[in-house]
Design a protein around this ligand. Structure first.
Ligand SMILES: C[S@@+](CC[C@H](N)C(=O)[O-])C[C@H]1O[C@@H](n2cnc3c(N)ncnc32)[C@H](O)[C@@H]1O
Length: 243
């Protein structure tokens, strides 16, 4: 397609800046969280919103975790930032007892309208950076694309919630895309450049988790959705709660 090329930042860096009389200042974490929630909710509220990572079935790494017996029927699982709920619904179909949480009301509304009838699936509006001791404990934690967008200052809160929701031995599948720049080439088409190497993604995750979770290994995956023509490189990491 012709159209104007537009370079856009692919990953939210957590460096939200507010222009104020020519200075830039960092917003507070709670202000960032509120604006992030509003912006996600606005996106999910648009009936034509089809995220480039959205799949109609299941992420390959989630499927592998079931196929090789790391996730088993009967386990209690939570899908953190579940969006439209495809992975959560698929896991429930495999016999896990699944709770899908997202802080965007419209995401949960969309997930309920698609998957509200799926047995063993519960969907709730929850902000993972706010303590929520009513949920859990879970045997399985799944995050596909949530942590990667959370402000760095709020990541300790995220970790605290993970610890509240899990016990020793819990299995954590953390899926993050590589950071990079997408050059738009038309509707649904991008050329991806300057991807960070997968080991940078892994060490970023390990920096946060390593005190409480043991890193077991990683799989390099394509996170592009059904309607997407080009690869969206991601890393699926397996962790086990060690303490
Ligand atoms: C990149 S999307 C991934 C959605 C879904 N996991 C998938 O793979 O299709 C990230 C999701 O995380 C949610 N999210 C972001 N920050 C969150 C938070 N603090 N608490 C709960 N959900 C959050 C967003 O609303 C969004 O639905």
């Amino acid at each position: 397609m012709g159209g104007t090329s537009r370079a856009s930042s692919f990953v939210r860096t957590g460096r939200a800046l507010v222009s104020f009389f020519g200075f830039h200042r960092r917003t507070t974490p709670s202000a960032d969280a509120a604006s992030s929630r509003q912006s996600w909710d606005r996106r999910w509220g648009r009936s034509d919103y089809l995220p480039r990572y959205e799949i109609s079935t299941v992420d390959v790494a989630v499927r592998h975790a079931v196929e090789d017996g790391w996730f088993c029927p009967g386990m209690r699982a939570i899908d953190i930032g579940c969006g439209a709920g495809h992975n959560a619904a698929w896991l429930a179909d495999q016999g896990l007892e699944v709770t899908g949480v997202d802080f965007a009301d419209h995401a949960i509304e969309r997930a309920r309208s698609k998957f509200g009838e799926v047995a063993g699936l519960h969907l709730e509006v929850v902000d993972v950076t706010q303590a929520n001791a009513d949920l859990g404990p879970y045997d399985v934690l799944v995050d596909r694309g949530c942590l990667q967008g959370i402000d760095r200052l709020l990541r300790p809160n995220y970790l605290r919630t993970m610890l509240t929701w899990s016990g020793r031995g819990a299995r954590f599948l953390l899926i993050m895309r590589n950071q990079g720049t997408l050059v738009r080439r038309g509707v649904g088409r991008h050329r991806a450049v300057d991807w960070t190497p997968a080991d940078a993604v892994i060490s970023d995750a390990c920096d946060l988790l390593q005190t409480d979770f043991r890193f077991l290994g990683a799989e390099l995956i394509d996170m592009s959705g059904d309607a997407y023509e080009e690869a969206l490189p991601g890393v699926a990491m397996r962790f086990e709660r060690s303490i």
